[in-house]
Design a protein around this ligand. Structure first.
Ligand code: SAM
Length: 476
């Protein structure tokens, strides 16, 4: 197999030999400070990095250079994303699954987990509970099971979710994380108005992949790895990549995910919309000590920073799999989206809203950050981040390369920043505690001054007054 980023074959665009050669190149050059400095200069110009350059940065152990990488990652993040952090929550529809993934409690042989699939009525209750927290953006999650969770079920659920308007609440963007599927099904998801299609590769190492997915449709490495190509063919141009860190060797994975990003860019002219960085967590029937590749916090931070340098315009997501402390560390290094108040149980939000103990036996994994959304918003505000509930881009048709060009042209300050402030204002009016409201209002006052265009600033000021008077859903 030859390496070819434009190929449609998994083993050519994620090429094993090319990954091994890149790792070898990194080892050979790890003490070449001059070369590393040249790479950092390139990153500073927001030119992105090749998978080889990123491999070298990952191999570098020089503390001064690592600190330089971190500083640069923070600078790039501020330059292109400002201080906004986009908020979302996962919504688990069904944990029925026919796959045998050895790290996931949904695996078919697990007789201990309570299997559950939400009815449309139950979805309504989950959505109302999520709206009452203040969420506007969801990531739908489901196991793979063509009988229990066929595409029709997912499509019907999306329709239900978008249809629910409770008080001032609304779910305005539904991202979808379901198993690899056909071009036809991706087309249907696109027509249903999804935001990003998210699919974690789990591992890019084919040998490890096949061992970790011994049975079920997910066993097919090529079908899984080529899913984003089919999604693009089906018209979805916002796709989200991810590796589940802890399953296999992280050096291989970083090179793999960047090759995947390069492939999408080379073939479709647009890289991934987001990259997630999940780490393996304890779960029902899953003992993390069975997985020797667990990632330390230090390496985790380095990976986040290097991804930020390599793909400066790509959103980066960290979930509640990580603790408050770890999230605090990586927010500075380039993360642009986080989940909050998440339940990984099927039906967990409604249970929680009713004061019931969550049905943890249906949960996918243990979360490490179980704060309320208000606590998370408050925490972000205290660190001078703008918690953003914005969903404007895809609703305004700014997907794929159109979003990227907005980002590249530096128009974020005149577009995303105002949208972030207006959606934060909605949150403060409708859901925040008194203290959060107070610090949030102060932050908005300071941030408005930073909007460069006078006209845009005037419009935002006017709309903020209207939001206080009860109007909703303004956007640029
Ligand atoms: N079933 C879909 C698929 O096959 O891609 C995706 C839905 S699954 C609910 C979402 C992700 O959870 C998986 O892609 C996997 O990376 C992650 N996951 C599974 N088990 C996990 C665990 N024990 N700890 C952390 N994340 C896990």
């Amino acid at each position: 197999m030859n390496y070819d980023p434009k190929s449609s074959k998994a083993e050519e665009f994620i090429n094993h030999e090319e990954i091994l050669e890149s790792l070898e190149y990194a080892k050979q050059n790890k003490y070449n400070k001059e070369l590393i400095e040249v790479i950092l200069d390139k990153a500073n110009m927001a030119k992105g990095l090749t998978h080889r350059e990123a491999a070298l940065l990952l191999e570098c152990e020089d503390e001064k250079l690592i600190q330089k990488m971190f500083k640069l990652a923070e600078d790039l993040k501020k330059r292109f994303y400002g201080n906004r952090i986009v908020m979302f929550a996962p919504l688990y529809l069904s944990n029925y699954c026919i796959n045998g993934c050895v790290y996931c409690p949904y695996h078919l042989k697990n007789k201990d987990i309570a299997r559950k699939k939400l009815t449309q009525e139950e979805i309504k209750k989950e959505v109302i509970a999520l709206q009452d927290l203040g969420h506007k953006r969801l990531a739908l999650e489901a196991g793979e099971d063509p009988i229990n969770n066929p595409i029709e079920y997912i499509l019907e659920s999306i329709k239900t979710i978008y249809s629910i308007k409770h008080k001032n609440g609304a779910i305005r963007r539904v991202n979808v994380n379901i198993a690899a599927t056909t071009v036809d099904n991706y087309q249907k998801l696109k027509e249903a108005g999804i935001g990003t299609y998210i699919l974690f590769q789990e591992t890019y190492n084919k040998v490890a992949y096949e061992k970790l997915h011994p049975t079920g449709p997910k066993h097919d490495y090529a079908y899984h790895t080529e899913a984003m190509d089919r999604a693009m063919e089906g018209g979805i141009d916002d796709v989200g990549l991810g590796v589940l860190y802890g399953l296999s060797t992280y050096k291989y994975e970083l090179v793999g995910i960047l090759m995947h990003a390069e492939h999408l860019e080379a073939k479709y002219g647009v890289g991934p919309h987001t990259i997630s960085v999940p780490r393996l967590r304890p779960a029902n029937d899953i003992d993390v000590s069975d997985f020797p590749e667990a990632l330390s916090d230090d390496i985790f931070q380095k990976i986040v920073a290097i991804i930020r340098l390599a793909v400066p315009y790509t959103g980066m997501i960290v979930s509640t799999r990580e603790s408050q402390k770890t999230r605090e560390k990586v927010l500075h290094l380039g993360i642009s989206q986080i989940s909050g108040a998440s339940s990984t149980s099927v039906g967990g939000y409604d249970d929680r809203a009713k004061g019931l103990k969550e049905e943890i036996t249906s949960a996918q994994f243990d979360v490490d950050d179980d704060r309320t959304l208000d606590e998370i918003v408050n925490w972000l505000l205290e660190m001078d981040y703008i918690p953003s509930f914005c969903t404007a881009c895809y609703r305004e048709g700014r997907t794929g390369d159109r979003f990227m060009s907005l980002c590249k042209n530096g128009q974020i300050a005149n577009c995303c920043q105002p949208n972030a402030l207006m959606t934060l204002k909605e949150y403060l009016e409708d859901y925040a505690s008194n203290n959060t409201k107070e610090i949030g209002e102060n932050l908005i006052l300071n941030e408005i001054k930073k909007i460069p265009k006078d006209k845009v600033r005037e419009i935002v000021e006017d709309r903020l007054v209207k939001i206080a008077d009860g109007e909703r859903d303004f956007r640029f």
